[in-house]
Design a protein around this ligand. Sequence first.
Ligand code: GLU
Length: 415
Amino acid sequence: MSDDIWKEALEQFNKAAKVLKLDKSIVEILTNPKRIIHVSIPVRMDNGKIKVFQGFRVQFNDLRGPTKGGIRYHPNVSHEEVKALAFWMTWKNTVVDVPFGGGKGGVICNPKELSEGELERLSRGYIEAMHKFIGPEKDIPAPDVYTNPQVMAWMMDEYHRIEGHNVFGVITGKPLELGGSEGRDKATAQGGVYILEEALDTFKVKNASIAIQGFGNAGRTAAKLLSEKDYKIVAVSDSKTAIHNPKGLDIEKVIAHKQKTGSVKGFKEVKEITNENLLILDVDVLIPAALEGVITKDNVNKIKAKVILELANGPVSAEARATLYKKGQISIPDILANSGGVAVSYFEWVQNNIGYFWSEEEVLKKLKDKMCSAFDNVYSASKEFKVDFGTAAYIYAVRRMIKVLELRGYIKKGD
Ligand code: GLU
């Protein structure tokens, strides 16, 4: 998938470009990244030797504000993947209406094989290499796959060391003690839950049964929030296996088991199935919350869920979204479904800038308002243009971006 990911990102955009009959020059402006930074990061490993890691940051588009997006640590990170993810951030930030452009970072590494000290030195090394290019008004990183508040704290501290003073707004997703925001750690999942409830209400799905693929921050927290609201979660999975019980899983116990053993594997009174089979279960709602490229033309016809909530980035291809739409199923695209994370990152940045912090209640109320209006805007575009939610989200975002291009003088009205 990784090699094709940029092609896939372009395909999603091009569907909307076609509907809007976009001029070639606009397509060119919007599909070329402003800046790609590729660095080598020498890290002293615990055995005393230096190992060199490859790090990336793509600042795709800063026309609506400083670039913003997470940093991913994963063995499969590539410059193409980071470019696609930065492109997606551009549209996500527009759909959820935060004043940011799109950026993303990544390091090729397997954090599961690094000691805590190695992870800290790698994270500091990344900032040492990138510090000239980031800042609260330039580019603001955050967590993504396999990075977390502790990694953000090391990164912020390294920026502090280089600059000689605290700059809390340089990074979001920080721990609460270091300028983080209430609600940020559950924001991606919580935002997804707000969107899901809007969709279930709109499409009149009652007593939904749910399967969740992926048990990282987003998937695990979504499972927890949904089970607290009495939804029946019948299956969850991690990278090792998937577990299924049609009567419903006790999510608190699954989380405790995962914390103790490192996997959902071995959990009692369930059937173990593959991740592929979890995707095709007969459920009302499917939440892909792991990595990209899990629902494509190869398996889309086997998908039974009425609603698919794309909590991961890029889990459903443009072609699969269109097929699902034709079959009367709805796939809520990543750039809407998982935008709660960056929405609360925005709130964190605002709180850092004004130096005054809000309660969790205030943050969640603001988050809910943002998610619900983003849902309404995408749903309206879907009805207006009679297209799937994915294409509708791009149409909505691209139209907003065109206004910015006009105001900045890149294009003339009507181009
Ligand atoms: N990594 C998250 C995402 O893909 C959050 C980005 C952010 O908060 O800047 O949306």
